[in-house]
Write a protein that binds this ligand. Structure first.
Ligand SMILES: Cc1cc2nc3c(=O)[nH]c(=O)nc-3n(C[C@H](O)[C@H](O)[C@H](O)COP(=O)(O)O)c2cc1C
Length: 151
């Protein structure tokens, strides 16, 4: 399989309707599951940052559909690389709700506590997504432990 990873960032339209993340994720996951695309979507501080991974033709087709979507603009490709394995094999599009203080995660990959994917290299964007996904997992585990302990 000719596996590739593609990372881009984009902006939400100024003065537009509130971003319907649930709707975007629903349609992304439906299409991606069919095309065996996996990845992660992030939205914060007016930026989207997304990783698409999968077979080259499927990723190319999906990306060309995404860049025409009026729910964002100024789509900028950060990187496109062949890959040996997927980072999020279990996710047709991973999403971590940024409930709580994620400044700690952002500051590890940015020069400030603002989310600035426009300043990230491909490797930095990938590292951020892995760090953020791990943070989301720890948070879910903590919440589960608190529930189990009756806290
Ligand atoms: C930020 C953003 C990320 C998106 N990610 C995906 C994606 O991963 N896969 C996908 O098929 N569509 C994605 N979409 C949606 C496509 O742009 C397009 O609207 C959709 O595929 C159209 O299909 P539908 O009419 O069946 O919903 C995304 C849209 C936005 C705004």
């Amino acid at each position: 399989m000719d596996l590739v990873q593609l990372v881009y960032f984009s902006h939400i339209p100024a003065g537009g309707a509130p971003v319907d993340i649930a709707g975007i994720l629903r349609s992304a996951r439906r299409h991606n599951a069919r095309q065996h695309i996996t990845g992660m979507l992030n939205f914060r501080d007016d930026f989207f940052l997304q990783l698409l991974e999968g077979e080259r033709d499927a990723v190319n087709e999906t990306y060309s559909r995404i860049i025409r979507d009026p729910r964002h603009w100024n789509v900028v490709l950060i990187g496109y690389q062949p890959a040996v394995q997927r980072i999020f094999p279990a996710w047709s599009m991973h999403w971590v709700a940024d409930v709580g203080d994620i400044r700690e995660v952002i500051m590890r990959y940015s020069a400030s506590d603002h989310f600035r994917p426009d300043k990230m290299s491909f490797d930095c964007a990938i590292a951020f997504m892995q760090g953020f996904a791990a943070w989301g997992q720890r948070r879910s585990a903590d919440a589960g432990a608190q529930l189990a302990a009756g806290m």
